[in-house]
Design a protein around this ligand. Structure first.
Ligand code: NAD
Length: 498
């Protein structure tokens, strides 16, 4: 069994902490590797390496930095299938979803290739007599990212793209459950020309995260994961005076109006609820039909569509989704299904007990459907993060809109309708950060930005887009006036070259 270790200063680093975590193949349920969990000393070593490398990288002009990103993009394009296979082997998502995971991250790298333009400041000539004012964006120095298991390529790339392009050194602490892809990304970035030490990957748990947050040389923390941890990371890093963005969990609703194109809507909901085994922060685990007629028609079609779903191993190209990430997560999902039953929701399709022949120990959960779910139920309020779809019936659009608006999470929401006025009013008023109109998973493109509201996001700036550039840079504003008389240049001055 091999050990996955840290990537620091351009090389694999022998772990010294003697603490490890098992990495599973979710298809078989077997341990396939172990990953080192860093000690404080190992985190400090990565920070020292980053500190030495960052000034040289920041001094390189932005166009030259962008060329490294262009080359990195080319490598990722060429090796997409290799990376997708590695991703699926630790995460369990099917290969098509792994490719999607990489592609959505790659789009952020493409956006960050425009860094010379994105870093341009503002200039005001003659703001006063003989006075000009200009601003520039400068890198923060060393910044760190902490990422979840469910998008091992996309989310690290959301952070790496703008952080590195802006001239920072970046330390990534990826999920210990899917640690191999981030190491590959670091190796390929260096193959593309990134100087060693600018991008370091340190594996670990809370100890490593706290060491990064507490270290005075780390200037910003970007976190994506579950809400309780996001909130505690946000509180701890803010208390240290750091810039922090912390994205949390989700419980996204799909509102279905009576005039929706029901065939397309069912296809969309099935893909968004069960795709990637529901392990997406932009999944649609709640559907809210408006009116009894819509609810009955939707329910009937959902049951038929679920019947046709194929669950398989991640290399099965016919499968719609694969196993969930761990045995513990499978047990947690099953316990939420039991909770829903106890709370009085109607279990229409039960995914517990699903097994795949030849893969009996794999972490599979069959597609599950609940009807007559009520907002006071804990199984509705909590994020389940599995292939479980809950139907909450509403009588009016106002009632339907109140469910996502009053929910503790506010990541994404979708509405399915042909009525432009209704959709427009909904998009304007709903208390959720990302809205889809006949689009089930409204993850914004790379030149917009990604961020939820309420318990789905702590901090002011979103991930990627211009917010990403703002997050990883600080603005300096210069107000200048030049003397008009006297000595113009003092020969004794030593002026540094920029
Ligand atoms: P998680 O919160 O368990 O872990 C996220 C990261 O935090 C990992 O790197 C983990 O090692 C680290 N961590 C774990 N315990 C910690 C602690 N006590 N202190 C500090 N760090 C700690 O999340 P996960 O299970 O890996 O990912 C799934 C969650 O992430 C879901 O809740 C999902 O909705 C959320 N998510 C949110 C977004 C978003 O953009 N809003 C995107 C993807 C996933």
């Amino acid at each position: 069994m091999h050990t996955i270790t840290h990537h620091i200063a351009g090389a694999a680093v022998e772990a010294t902490s003697n603490r490890y975590s098992d990495v599973y193949d979710p298809n078989t349920g077997r341990v396939q590797a172990r990953v080192a969990l860093a000690s404080e000393a190992e985190v400090e070593h990565a920070i020292a390496v980053a500190k030495a490398a960052q000034p040289v990288w920041a001094a390189m002009n932005p166009q030259r930095r962008a060329r490294v990103l262009f080359e990195f993009k080319r490598i990722l394009d060429d090796r997409m299938d290799e990376l997708a296979r590695l991703l699926s082997s630790e995460h369990g998502k099917v290969l098509a979803d792994s490719r999607g995971d990489i592609l959505r991250g790659l789009e952020v790298i493409e956006f960050a290739c425009g860094i010379p333009h994105l870093l341009k400041g503002e200039y005001s000539a003659a703001a006063g007599t003989g006075i000009d004012v200009y601003s520039m964006r400068q890198p923060l120095g060393i910044v760190a990212g902490i990422t979840p298991f469910n998008f091992p390529a996309m989310i690290p790339l959301w952070m790496m793209g703008p952080a590195i392009a802006s001239g920072n050194a970046f330390i990534l602490k990826p999920s210990e459950r899917a640690p191999s892809v981030p190491v590959k990304l670091a190796q390929w970035f260096e193959e593309a020309g990134l100087p060693a030490g600018v991008l370091n990957v340190v594996h670990g748990d809370k100890l490593a995260v706290d060491a990064l947050i507490d270290h005075p040389d780390v200037k910003a923390i970007s976190f994506v994961g579950s809400s309780d941890i996001a909130q505690s990371v946000y509180a701890r890093a803010s208390a240290k005076g750091k810039r922090v963005q912390a994205m949390g969990g989700a419980k996204n609703h799909g509102i279905v109006l009576p005039d929706a194109d029901l065939d397309q809507t069912v296809l969309d909901i099935i893909g968004a609820a069960y795709g990637s085994a529901g392990e997406r922060c932009m999944a649609l685990p709640v559907v809210v039909p408006v009116g009894a007629k819509t609810a009955e028609a939707l329910r009937e079609r959902l049951i038929t569509a679920i019947d046709g779903l194929r669950v398989g191993v991640s290399t099965d190209t016919e499968a719609q989704y694969g196993p969930v990430v761990s045995a513990a997560h499978k047990a947690r999902i099953n316990s939420y299904i039991a909770m829903g039953v106890e709370e009085g929701a109607e279990l229409v399709v039960d995914g517990r007990g699903f097994t795949l022949q030849g893969h009996e120990d794999g972490f599979f959960v069959g597609p599950t459907l609940f009807d007559h779910v009520r907002p006071e139920m804990k199984s509705y309020q909590d994020e389940i993060f599995g292939p479980v779809l809950q139907m909450v019936r509403a009588e009016t659009l106002d009632e339907a809109m109140a469910y996502p608006s009053q929910h503790a999470y506010g990541n994404g929401v979708a509405i399915f309708t042909r009525n432009g006025q209704a959709a427009r009013a909904f998009a304007h008023s709903v208390e959720v950060g990302m809205v889809g109109i006949n689009v089930p998973i409204p993850v914004p493109v790379a030149y917009h930005s990604f961020g939820g509201w309420k318990r789905s996001g702590f901090g002011d700036l979103n991930q990627y887009g211009m917010d990403g550039v703002r997050f990883y840079t600080k603005t300096k504003t210069v107000t200048q006036r030049w003397p008009t008389e006297g000595e113009l240049f003092d020969q004794s001055l030593v002026i540094p070259r920029l």
